[in-house]
Design a binder for this molecule. Structure first.
Ligand code: 6CS
Length: 285
């Protein structure tokens, strides 16, 4: 009889210990994530190479407003460097969930469906949407609906990106929404007449147009009916402790003016990011 009582007690003790481990393990893992990055010496960023949001120079140097903010925040957290890998927008969230990188810092705009899949920081970069079109905008495209109505019109946009979704949601048929891997490809496709419109955020197209030196094209902005979006740094859902630590430093930089000093030379507005919040952007209709 006594032996059974001891056995039952032991089993109960083991069950209680297991429950504690189950409850605290994820938190410990999350808190350890920052320790792991400190030991690793760098954070792995996903970027798109879409200036001025993100850029990789021929020598491999990573810049752009989003990586520059992330580099400074991680430095303050004790993670001395960042390394970046280029990803299509549509592959960023799956890559984050597969732990191929530690954070997406690429202008990945906050939208409810993305907010459900990742842990966003507070807002960093805000921008409206734009169209790159032939000079004079000969077909008069001012909205995604205008493109839907013109049965022959084609629009280029990043695969899995916001502009692709906006075009499809506005009624542009799938076969008239052309996936474009990067800015240079989109520019060339427009110049060659293979698409009628190339859509990216305003600052991206302004940068592309300026560097092209091509006066036969122009930027129409803002696209009518499209929201102004803001991105945040996007973390794996299990890394909310790391995300929270990132937010503490981001808030200090917003309050000190350091945040504005980093993003405003790229053309972004610190005020636009500081006048909204993750909660507002993730609950937007
Ligand atoms: O978040 C997005 O999906 C969009 N963000 C940027 C900065 N460029 C294009 C992309 O579709």
């Amino acid at each position: 009889m006594r032996r059974n009582a001891i056995l039952a007690g032991t089993v109960a003790a083991f069950a209680a210990a297991a429950a504690v481990v189950m409850m605290t393990a994820p938190k410990l893992a999350a808190a350890d994530k920052l320790e792991q990055l400190k030991e690793q010496g760098f954070a792995r960023l996903a970027i798109a190479n879409e200036p001025p949001y993100t850029a990789v120079a021929p020598d491999g140097k990573v810049s752009g407003a989003a990586p520059d903010v992330a580099r400074e925040v991680f430095k303050r957290l004790g993670v001395p460097d960042v390394v970046a890998s280029i990803s299509e927008y549509g592959a960023m969230i799956p890559g984050l969930q597969a732990h191929r990188f530690d954070v997406v810092t690429a202008g990945l705009f906050m939208k409810p469906e993305r907010c459900a899949a990742v842990a966003y920081s507070e807002p960093v970069l805000c921008d409206a949407e734009a169209f790159l079109v032939k000079k004079g905008n000969p077909k008069g495209f001012k909205s995604y609906e205008d493109i839907a109505k013109d049965e022959k019109a084609t629009i280029g946009a990043p695969g899995g990106g916001t502009e692709e979704k906006l075009a499809l949601n506005a009624g542009v048929p799938r076969d008239r929404v052309i996936v474009v891997p990067d800015g240079q490809s989109g520019l060339k496709m427009l110049q060659d007449g293979r698409i009628d419109v190339y859509s990216l955020p305003v600052l991206s197209l302004n940068d592309l147009k300026k560097k092209s030196g091509d006066d036969t094209i122009e930027v129409f902005a803002p696209v009518q009916g499209a929201p102004v979006y803001c991105d945040g740094a996007a973390f794996n859902k299990n890394d909310t402790a790391l995300r929270d630590a990132f937010d503490v430093e981001l808030k200090k930089m917003k309050e000190s003016g350091e945040f504005a000093k980093i993003i405003e030379p790229y053309g972004f507005s610190a005020q636009a990011a500081m006048s909204t919040s993750r909660d507002k952007l993730c609950s937007a209709k």
